[in-house]
Write a protein that binds this ligand. Structure first.
Ligand SMILES: [Zn+2]
Ligand SMILES: [Zn+2]
Length: 196
């Protein structure tokens, strides 16, 4: 392959460009739109400096991330030996820069749902207690029912908003991940680009 074939983002016309124009901005001969010529996945040279030391960012990230064990020995005041260990993950500076996008978590949903359930149960218990409460204390029990109810409602609203936004966050994450998966890095100049 010695040509890049792509479509104009404005008029849709199929265009060709030589390989050495990958990543450069040119005008569409049909509609004059300024276009960045896509960089094919199989180019051999960095489109910025021309060096041939190019690598997929995902590969650099994996190779630059290493898991290991940290082991330590300590002596306590009774003189007995204690060996402790911890799993560690280290990343090279380049791997840190080329890290994949972080995946949205459901922690906020779980936390708000848990709090919601706790306050719901508390409200039910208080409602059951209300009939047994002596008349002169009914006011404070009712006050607590309202307060617990308000927290429950707030948790419910928060849960609803987060749950509604979650599919969109996931779709955005998947899009960013796919873009990251097409990211290349030049080991000579350090510049990155996204291939087709
Ligand atoms: Zn065009
Ligand atoms: Zn380069």
């Amino acid at each position: 392959m010695d040509k890049i074939t792509f479509a104009c983002t404005l008029c849709g016309k199929t265009l060709n460009a030589p390989l050495n124009k990958a990543g450069k901005i040119e005008q569409c001969p049909n509609c004059n739109e300024s276009l960045r010529i896509p960089i094919p996945a199989n180019i051999q040279h960095c489109p910025h400096c021309g060096a041939n030391q190019i690598k997929k960012a995902s590969l650099v990230y994996e190779q630059g991330t290493s898991a290991g064990n940290l082991t330590g020995i300590s002596l306590d005041d009774q003189g007995s030996l204690d060996v402790f260990g911890a799993g560690i993950k280290t990343k090279s500076l380049l791997a840190t820069r080329l890290a994949p996008p972080s995946r949205p978590t459901i922690t906020a949903l779980v936390v708000s749902a848990t709090f919601g359930i706790v306050f719901f149960i508390a409200d039910i218990v208080l409602l059951a207690e209300l009939s047994k409460t002596p008349h002169h204390q009914k006011g404070s029990t009712l006050f607590m029912i309202v307060m617990f109810g308000l927290v429950l409602a707030a948790m419910g609203i928060y849960f609803y908003i987060r749950a509604k936004r979650y599919p969109k966050e996931m779709a955005e994450y998947e899009y960013r991940f796919k873009t990251w998966d097409r990211l290349w890095v030049c080991l000579q100049c350090g510049k990155t680009w996204t291939s087709q």
